[in-house]
Design a protein around this ligand. Structure first.
Ligand SMILES: *Cc1c(COP(=O)(O)O)cnc(C)c1O
Length: 524
């Protein structure tokens, strides 16, 4: 039997014998098409387009013509199109259903954003066009910068970072540049709470710092005594998420900011969870020095396979001079231009984050979202996001175990105590959700609670939608408790791909396709 290196049978007919995708001749089920890899589907020796040889034309390649096949799948346009559409139908999307991934803010992306982003004046321009021909685009960037600075009460923003993690990199590079400029090169220790997103320690290390972990207290927040004990003159700063990844507001945030400043360090705030406080809390008022904002979370630009991220980073007065180039600026007469080089900048930029100015399409969508909501609408976003998460907490706390007492912010965190002695794990529970038509919540994160299940409904889900969702989770929790373990261990049974060997997938990822070995032998 032919098996590809991914361990799947290479021929459809073998699916039946091996209990492959489905109990049908073709491997498809209903109108859901089984789809092999594109290399298995196509013919590696043919070209997808059929062009006649150019007769009587001298080659101008000077002996550099390709001699062998290049091994690309020779599919015609409709075949290539179908391949990707079939794959996309196996995918889950925010336009398909509730996407409760905690810390990811999978909210609806309003269609108005798409309409505006497709206007030719924004969509069909090139970053190397002369400034005089793209004044509107620069003005849009200036307007977006204004909104971001106003919402955060911060004096500067770098628009170019292309994701949250990239924004963290920008903020921490600014902190490093400031420390170096002040001769504080011995400050290399960055304090990071245990509940932090994995990108925080990764960023700190990437910027040449070492991480020092602060434990959480019994309420899920920064342990203040442990934090104070870690302050010292080698501390560069703290990276803190607020609301934190337990979905809780850090009550002592003002004191944390004051203490880190007194110790000579800077306060990096991970703003990925800004959705919970937008329009209500301005991070600048909390003493933050740098914070990235995920436009693809709070400001509803598509992400998670739907589009690129964008992570503008706001900076305090102290860090603003180190902001990276390029950025937009306006002359006294009102025309816009890009400050491209350090020599033209007012301060001393630490460098450049990207070849061009950032994700124009995301800037357009985010500004559309801000302007269509207005300041009152953005405040309501935060209010409703928090209300929805607390509704989930209230509806489920009798059958699942909330990790901490009291209400939450924009996401509800449960641990696995309710599954004790059931033989069902957090992973099994999440897999059973797939059979019920729901994308699982974030699992096993944050690390501070055992078997974490972090649910972020966002403000764009209706009460009816949340009722249906919580009814399913309630029924699953009761099923687990009443001993229906086998159903969980087998799940998902209705998905196109069943339970995967996740350990093997993580430890021995197969990232490159190679022809099935027996086909090779036959060819030889
Ligand atoms: C999403 C997220 C990030 C990283 O954002 P990316 O755009 O995925 O790089 C960082 N921190 C927190 C808390 C997040 O939720």
């Amino acid at each position: 039997m032919g098996m590809n290196t991914q361990g799947r049978p290479t021929r459809m007919a073998e699916n039946i014998a091996t209990g492959g995708y489905a109990d049908t001749v073709s491997g498809s089920r209903g109108l859901e098409q089984a789809e092999p890899l594109i290399f298995e589907r196509g013919n590696l020796e043919h070209c997808g387009v059929d062009l006649p040889e150019a007769k009587g034309m001298p080659t101008r390649l000077g002996g550099l013509e390709r001699e062998g096949v290049i091994g690309l799948s020779g599919l015609a346009e409709p075949e290539a199109m179908r391949h990707y559409v079939r794959l996309s139908r196996k995918n889950y999307a925010i336009d398909l259903g509730l996407y409760p991934l905690g810390s990811c803010t999978m909210k609806h992306n309003p269609r108005l954003n798409e309409k505006i982003a497709r206007l030719p004046g924004f969509a069909d321009i090139h970053p190397m066009q002369p400034a005089s021909t793209v004044q509107g685009a620069y003005a849009l960037m200036g307007e977006l910068a204004h909104w971001l600075m106003t919402l955060t009460n911060m004096p500067a923003v770098a628009l170019s970072p292309k994701a949250g993690a990239h924004g963290e990199f920008c903020g921490m590079m600014a902190i490093r540049a400031k420390l170096d400029a002040d001769g504080q090169t011995h400050r290399r220790r960055v304090l990071v709470p245990e509940s932090a997103h994995g990108t925080n320690p990764a960023t700190a290390v990437q910027c040449g710092f070492v991480c020092d972990e602060i434990p959480a207290d019994a309420t899920g927040r920064v342990d203040m005594e442990a934090f104070k004990a870690k302050l010292g003159d080698d501390v560069a700063g703290i990276m803190l998420t607020n609301p934190n990844t337990c979905g809780l507001f850090e009550r002592d945030i003002r004191e944390i900011a004051d203490l880190i400043h007194e110790a000579g360090g800077y306060f990096y705030c991970d703003g990925a969870n800004f959705n919970a406080i937008v329009g209500r809390v301005r991070p600048g008022d909390l003493g933050v020095d740098a914070m990235h904002i995920n436009l693809h979370k709070t400001f509803s630009t598509p992400h998670g396979g739907g589009g690129p991220g964008s992570g503008p980073t706001v900076l305090s007065e102290a860090l603003a001079p180190f902001a990276p180039v390029p950025y937009v600026a306006q002359t006294e007469k009102g025309s816009w231009h890009l400050i491209e080089h350090a020599e033209e900048a007012e301060g001393t930029p630490f460098g450049r984050m990207a070849a061009f100015h950032g994700q124009m399409g995301m800037f357009t969508r985010a500004l559309t979202y801000m302007m269509s909501h207005g300041s009152d609408g953005l405040k309501q976003v935060a209010d409703d996001a928090v209300l929805n998460a607390n509704y989930i907490l209230a509806r489920l706390k009798h059958v699942m175990t909330p990790a901490f007492d009291g209400s939450c912010m924009h996401e509800a965190l449960f641990d696995d105590r309710f599954l004790k002695d059931t033989g069902v794990s957090t992973l099994d529970f999440a897999k059973a959700m797939i059979d019920e038509g729901y994308h699982p919540m974030t699992m096993y994160f944050p690390l501070v609670v055992h078997g974490a299940m972090l649910i972020e409904p966002t403000e764009t889900e209706s009460k009816g939608g949340l009722d249906r969702f919580t009814e399913v989770l309630e029924a699953l929790a009761l099923a687990a408790k009443s001993g229906e373990k086998d159903r969980f261990l087998a799940a998902p049974v209705h998905a196109p791909t069943k339970r995967l060997d996740e350990t093997r997938a993580a430890r021995q990822p197969v990232l490159r396709w190679t022809p099935p070995s027996d086909d090779l032998e036959a060819a030889e």
